[in-house]
Write a protein that binds this ligand. Sequence first.
Ligand code: SF4
Length: 295
Amino acid sequence: MNSAPLNSKELKAQAHRLGFVACGLAPAEPVQQWYARRFRQWLQLGYQADMQYMQNHVEMRLQPTLLHPGVRSIISLALNYMPSRQQPGISLYAQGRDYHDVMRERLRQLMAEAGLQGRCFVDTAPVLERYWAWRCGIGQFCRNGLIAVPGYGPTVFLGEIFVEQESDAYDQPLAPPPHDFAGWQSLCPALTPQGLDARLCISYQTIENRGELPQDLHLHRTFYGCDRCLRACPQFGESQPTQDEAFQPSPQLLGMQENDWRTLTPEQYKALFKDSAVKRAKYQGLVRNIQNWKP
Ligand code: SF4
């Protein structure tokens, strides 16, 4: 194993060249007590709804060495996904290609170019990605629990690399954002002082819920995801369109009108969302959402 410490400055320059808008490093220490307590409380309250996987591997989420023995440093990275055009009804993050694929490709590229030894993660392993983004100093927590990167707002995807090398320098968390989110609790019942209650969240209901939608749920103008609290967040003002083609909607998606959605066939669904995160809702789930949609 290469035991030379990572050159953090060079690594950040390489990350920047690959299109990452933020890159930070932290020692692979256990998650801090305040956040661990908050996470356990969130689970106890049942705010994870049916996302059973959040209850699995709790200790592994809180202790990085249990997930990857030998990890010494954690690198948190962000990609700007703010599309310059949007198909209404679909959340901003899901307009382009599936971020899991795009982020994984970029993280692997960075690992190869920088000679990093370890593993990379994109929202598919027991990793508290928002905590690490905060701890690595690349962003600040918003009231809705998302991370906002200064200069790019909360419209960013996060990825992590667990590396077996130490770094020549580590980053510190950023100070809290200067503007609070006035009226955040009255914006949506899912936003609570203890965190986001997924059971009441349109995003969870339209993407993760495989059953019926709750009768009293109002989808507003969306049928996949929800951007209301994202757009209401003061840091959303810092979001700026990405140059990354991967996150732009296809002409076919942009061309869809309300009536096209109401008559969507499985074949059209497959063609439109072949490489998209929208696949997660499956055809039946998307049709169920569209039936409840009031544009
Ligand atoms: S995403 Fe929408 S439903 Fe979920 S917490 Fe934010 S505003 Fe509420």
